[in-house]
Design a protein around this ligand. Structure first.
Ligand SMILES: Nc1ncnc2c1ncn2[C@@H]1O[C@H](COP(=O)(O)OP(=O)(O)O)[C@@H](O)[C@H]1O
Ligand SMILES: C=C(OP(=O)(O)O)C(=O)O
Ligand SMILES: [K+]
Ligand SMILES: [Mg+2]
Length: 582
């Protein structure tokens, strides 16, 4: 017995039902309607439905534009499971452990020298990487292109669904390349020279290149120089032309192109930084590269205001009309905290970039800012990533510290959409193990949170700007609540724009959300969002048909079985239906 609530909005002259109630046993092929008028635009109908013998092709690809994305071949049979493409990792997970065990928190891995080979990338894909991040601070464009192509190839050939996020360098002040060395140790009391000079015949010992011409003019004797937000500290002791002599006060490992900040009398000196553009000319070239390569996400470093995001979004729109690249604002500066809501509102998502954020505000302030950013994103319905140092010790060691596990748990408990590995996967010794830790901690904390029924009472304010959107929002809020109360196995959402899928994700329901969408670009975007399992499916306005097709296809793949309880939501019909899989 299937039960449905449909809410229609009247868009034409003929009166359409605004609220309808449907009860549909799936085993019958008889169709019968009975309308009960509630008021001029409102009617109630009860209908029995038929099963559809002709299912469509279901794809859950990474949107590489392959043949699999085309409309279904004529009359594929249900048993022909070769005509179905689903994300191989999710499929295996579902088959093995069922709905409840699917991971809701998405995982991002920064790709670097430790993970750029095809077999290394594949190990990450198998390990649950949802998004591969390339950081344009490092490596050449050719290197990045090769990584993108390798990921695409894996997706096409092996059925993974890994999206690409390109992260811009931004106008930060950073060190040079360490003359080819992978790191350098700065010991307590050592004197190092920071210089803007170009050293043609190799870097002298204890010398660091700085990328910012005004560096020597800007710093003062007595300033504190922080490498990577304080991983190593120096005190400025002397200025000699373009060279700045510094004494190491907190020893540590210097990494190539590490970020530099300088502090005076306990506060960050950032006048100069503020004058640099958020998107440098190199960044614009990288953005062009990202658009040409069809990356799914572009993350913008050191965002200061919403304007830059709006500018970039219209640039992308103009450059690539039919592409749908999401712009992620990295919250890592004092300015971005000041303009947080506007920035997030203008963006398609945000990243809590704790590395640089922790260099700009006192460290003890980072956790509360993280919680706030995660909350604002949830309220404004934008995906949010928690990034940096989640498992920092795993760059060198095969097991995380207890404190790191607690940090990851907290981000999962806050129900961030995604967690990100940086150095752990880019240049660490145990990238696969680090990913495994993120995966198992996510699963465990998600399960614990569900079992304890500790639904946080986060107030989700209305965000709709039209009446139709308000209806969508109410439907999703209700569907998620019903899903929890009825303990259904999954929510199915048929969504052309992806909007209803993200509204459901925003409610963080207990069960996974299967998001069926007709376009590749929407499917890609949904890859980053909490609890969503995105599929590409050709579907019509006939929900009866859509459901039967989906059931047949998923059953044939062993991803669902008869008797599973499902809530289906659609943005074409504005409906909620509750049913058992026939
Ligand atoms: N494409 C790359 N090529 C070489 N090294 C990289 C690359 N991407 C990342 N890394 C290394 O991994 C470290 C961590 O990556 P990430 O956190 O993204 O950069 P950063 O430390 O500059 O913020 C970098 O400091 C760098 O040493
Ligand atoms: C993610 C961050 O940015 P990046 O790694 O590019 O410095 C950060 O600062 O935390
Ligand atoms: K960056
Ligand atoms: Mg940063």
């Amino acid at each position: 017995m299937a039960q449905a609530l449909n809410i229609f909005i009247s868009t034409s002259h003929s009166p359409k039902p605004l609220i309808s109630y449907r009860s549909a046993p799936f085993s019958t092929s008889i169709s019968r309607f009975s309308f009960i008028k509630i008021h001029k635009k409102t009617s109630l109908f009860i209908k029995a439905s038929a099963s559809d013998p002709n299912p469509a092709i279901l794809t859950s690809d990474n949107g590489a534009g392959s043949a699999a994305l085309q409309d279904p071949a004529p009359s594929p049979t249900v048993s022909d499971s070769s005509s179905i493409e689903v994300d191989a990792v999710t499929e295996a997970e579902l088959k093995e452990n069922g709905f409840r065990s699917t991971r809701r928190t998405k995982l991002i891995c920064t790709i670097g020298p430790a993970t750029c080979k095809p077999e290394q990338l594949e190990a990450l894909a198998v390990g649950g990487m949802n998004v591969a991040r390339i950081n344009m601070c490092h490596g050449t464009r050719e290197w990045h292109r090769e990584v993108i192509q390798r990921v695409r190839k894996l997706n096409e050939e092996k059925g993974y669904a890994v999206a690409i996020m390109m992260d811009t360098e931004g106008s930060e002040i950073h060190m040079g390349d360490l003359g080819g060395a992978s790191s350098a140790k700065a010991e307590d009391g050592e004197i190092w020279t920071f210089s803007v000079r170009a050293f043609d015949s190799g870097l002298p010992e204890h010398t660091i290149n700085v990328n910012y011409d005004g560096f020597a003019e800007d710093v003062k004797v007595g300033d504190e120089l922080l490498v990577d937000g304080g991983m190593v500290r120096f005190e400025v002791i002397e200025k000699i032309g373009p060279d700045v002599k510094c004494r190491c006060t907190d020893p540590g490992l210097l990494l190539p192109r590490a970020n530099l900040t300088f502090w005076r009398d306990g506060s960050l000196v950032r006048e100069r930084n503020a004058m640099l553009p958020t998107i440098s000319s190199k960044d614009w070239l990288d953005i062009d590269f990202g658009i040409a390569e069809g990356v799914e996400f572009i993350a913008i470093s050191f965002v200061k205001s919403a304007e830059v995001i709006k500018h970039l979004k219209s640039y992308i729109q103009a450059r690539a009309r039919d592409s749908d690249i999401s712009v992620v604002a990295k919250i890592e500066s004092i300015d971005s905290l000041k303009n947080l809501e506007e920035i997030i509102q203008a963006s398609d998502g945000a990243m809590v970039a704790r590395g640089d954020l922790g260099a700009q505000i006192p460290l003890e302030q980072v956790p509360s800012e993280q919680q706030k950013i995660v909350q604002v994103c949830r309220q404004l319905n934008k995906p949010v990533i928690v990034a940096s140092q989640l498992l920092e010790s795993m760059i060198e060691y095969p097991t995380p510290t207890r404190a790191e596990v607690a940090d990851v748990s907290e981000a999962v408990r806050q129900r961030a959409d995604a967690l990100m590995l940086s150095g752990e996967s880019a240049m660490g010794q145990f990238p696969d193990k680090a990913l495994t830790v993120l995966r198992s901690v996510s699963l465990r904390i998600e399960k614990w949170w569900r079992e304890e029924k500790r639904h946080e009472a986060m107030k989700l304010p209305g965000i709709a700007s039209s009446y139709a959107d308000r209806i969508s929002e109410e439907i999703c809020n209700s569907a998620a609540k019903m899903a929890n109360n009825l303990e259904v196995d999954a929510i199915f959402v048929y969504t052309k724009t992806g909007h209803m899928a993200s509204l459901l994700s925003r409610c963080r329901p207990d069960c996974p959300i299967f998001a069926f969408t007709t376009t590749t670009s929407v499917r890609r975007r949904l890859n980053l969002q909490w609890g969503l399992i995105p599929f590409r499916l050709s579907f019509s306005d006939d929900m009866e048909n859509n459901l039967n097709k989906t059931f047949a296809l998923l059953k044939a793949r062993g991803m669902i079985k008869s008797g599973d309880l499902v809530i289906a939501v659609s943005d074409m019909l504005q409906s909620i239906q509750v049913m058992n899989v026939p």
